[in-house]
Design a binder for this molecule. Structure first.
Ligand SMILES: O=C(O)c1ccccc1N[C@@H]1O[C@H](COP(=O)(O)O)[C@@H](O)[C@H]1O
Length: 241
């Protein structure tokens, strides 16, 4: 059985690496310079970085140059998200050399465009399914965007390669992942799932790793790393199987 991939997160707002609580604008805790954070995760053994331009996701601006610089500087794989909603923003994101992009709002508001870019770019496109209950959220998690399992079925039919599933109410709260949500999504699709939201401990990561056989491929870890609940080395060791 495969090992769970870990994706440390760097979310950028106003040029700083931040963590939010439940994705709410205004709840930022700053953790300094984003490139320094990204390089620290790379040095600690990360194989992936989950990189989010929060200003682009919220519609409050852009950290495009900063994000591009991080992606170009790192040697590891980068999953890039936030504000990728049209041809121009997708082209700019893919041109950074990131391994894949993660589309959120566009998958809810521009289904024809998303079907087109899935067909064009295949595995380089993932879709973020950010949910409260089973209701999807878009535009910085401020707007409702339909029902999880309906949208998932549509994206599956269009050939979407992978989903990043976030329980918004767990994100940044250190209250543990929503394992039942992950199980339910895995039962509804044969595509790999990346878990996001709530990780607080090595036990949480071991619990997510227990879902690899059901289709969970990776886990995004944010606040727990920044608040030193464990080190990335410990996390990698815990999921090494
Ligand atoms: O990651 C967060 O903490 C977050 C908080 C609030 C809104 C979005 C957030 N992250 C990610 O942003 C992209 C979606 O961006 P868009 O809708 O495509 O512009 C997605 O990866 C979210 O998980």
């Amino acid at each position: 059985m495969s090992r769970l991939e870990l994706l440390p997160a760097v979310d950028v707002r106003d040029g700083q690496a931040v963590r939010l609580v439940k994705g709410a604008s205004g709840t930022e805790t700053s953790f300094g310079e984003p490139l320094a954070a990204a390089l620290a995760w790379q040095s600690a053994g990360a194989e992936w970085l989950h990189l989010v331009d929060l200003d682009a996701a919220f519609g409050t601006g852009s950290n495009r140059e900063l994000v591009r610089g991080i992606t170009e500087t790192l040697d590891i794989k980068v999953e890039l998200s936030g504000g990728i909603r049209d041809d121009a923003s997708l082209a700019a994101a893919l041109a950074t050399g990131c391994t894949r992009v993660n589309l959120g709002t566009a998958a809810l508001e521009s289904p024809d465009w998303v079907a087109k870019v899935i067909a064009e770019h295949g595995d380089r496109i993932a879709v973020g399914l950010d949910v409260i209950g089973t209701t999807l959220r878009g535009r910085g998690w401020t707007s409702e965007g339909g029902q999880l399992f309906e949208v998932l079925a549509r994206l599956d039919a269009e050939g979407c390669a992978r989903y990043v599933v976030t329980d918004v109410n767990r994100d940044g709260t250190l209250t543990g992942p929503n394992l039942q949500l992950l199980r339910d999504v895995c039962a509804a699709t044969d595509r790999p799932v990346v878990a996001s939201g709530g990780v607080s401990s090595l036990d949480d990561l071991v619990a997510i790793a227990g879902l690899v056989g059901e289709g969970v491929e990776g886990a995004i870890v944010g606040k727990a790393l920044y608040e030193q609940k464990f080190t990335l080395g410990e996390a990698l060791e815990a999921v090494s199987g």
